[in-house]
Design a protein around this ligand. Sequence first.
Ligand code: 3PG
Ligand code: CO
Length: 555
Amino acid sequence: EVSWKLPDHPKLPKGKTVAVVVLDGWGEAVPNLYNCIHVAQTPAMDALRLTAPEKWRLIRAHGTAVGLPTDDDMGNSEVGHNALGAGRIYAQGAKLVDLALASGKIYEGEGFKYIKECFESGTLHLIGLLSDGGVHSRIDQLQLLLKGASEHGAKRIRLHILTDGRDVLDGSSVGFVETLENELSKLREKGVDAQIASGGGRMYVTMDRYENDWGVVKRGWDAQVLGESQHKFKSAIEAIKKLREEPNANDQFLPPFVIVDENGKAVGPIVDGDAVVTFNFRADRMVMIAKALEYGDFDKFDRVRFPKIHYAGMLQYDGELKLPSHYLVSPPEIERTSGEYLVHNGVRTFACSETVKFGHVTFFWNGNRSGYFNPEMEEYVEIPSDSGISFNVKPKMKAEEIAEKARDAILSGKFHQVRVNLPNGDMVGHTGDIQATVGACEAADAAVKVILDAVEQVGGIFVVTADHGNAEDMVKRNKKGDPLLDKGGNLQILTSHTLQPVPIAIGGPGLAPGVRFRKDVPDGGLANVAATVMNFHGYEAPTDYEPTLIEVVDN
Ligand code: 3PG
Ligand code: CO
């Protein structure tokens, strides 16, 4: 039995309005031309650092500080928001899959056994993101899984690949496909009929999230399940090279393609009796395809054919929906998150972002759990994102609308916690458009100002932080930190996140005098934020939470 009652904080009062602002993709890095946050005019964020340095600091947002396998792993929104909301560091999907593959336990679990039932007469299909980004998936895990599945009896394997260019350099898809083809030819030498059957760019095919655009999932379905596409090729390498020649083509947005045999027939549609594994470990961009593959009752698009398959996710992607019902590796058991504690202690919460990040401040924040803990105590507002555009054409996104909703929620007096995610630095940073990313940072900063003004009016407290870096560095660098050029002498644009720390700033008229950052948690990271926020609501965090970042000195 969990005891939900939190101890009172000995010095800090209850009932204050606390705004928690997460700037997505906003890290701290040396100022230079490719640091869009530095280049941008960001008066609100600058003021936080300059006017109250004892209430501004950096925290770790990547690697082991957020439960990733190593400190070479950049941060990302899933693990970042998990840590912010849960207040503890959990071994995350990437690591859990590594362990399950290394020990071989993955092949002993219920999920793999379920998949294996199809190996005698059916095909094993593997669908997922093909890169070494380590955010949603990793190619070395796929290689191990391919090897293991064939050793455990898979005789016919088809790959449905999604090219990246977002967590890794654009153009790197070709190299990853070569690596995969190499692996598949080794399997063929061993008598396994293994080949790539379809593909497409992750942002255009399959990997939508939070139901922003079902058309993305449908495009993938048509190629993967139905074996249909206007783009037919003999090999994936040829497909990618050709499709990348189109104007403005890039790995993220490649159109869907299918691989066909000499008679023009798709080599690997998904049919009755087959097994399917989605090999991404990260949840957000797998939930929609998981629904399409699993739900008998489904009306988001016309599936044309709904094959009777055995489907498993690499992980279970949604703990509340229990989706998918079969999975190869158990997800981190993130429980007793700060959100759940707070509703039990009378703290009323409002959370808001636009569609593309809505699940970040709700689903990820709450430990990969959709829905409310207690609808009486919480209100989550989703502002519809523009769909079908690349955000560099509209770098302001919905920052203003998010800020206005937050302002209204703060001024309403109905909520103790008002939590938002401002997506701009991240979503525009991922496009690799430097100029647009500068505009994105300015839009996010303007939104911060609106929210801080509202906090000021109600005598509240603010916590402004970020989930990981992105916009603060837009070029690939060598070990010494110098920008890298490609063979043609062009700058290598960094579309991905970074390893940088992120700022956290606290303040507002409601912050008790004497509150300042402690000096004895120099390695503090995102997981230390939950206890800090609980303090601002007048509570001490549970003892197993990472320690608070603040102290209250008598003055
Ligand atoms: C994405 O899914 O858009 C990227 O791979 C990671 O971005 P996020 O972690 O900021 O969502
Ligand atoms: Co991102």
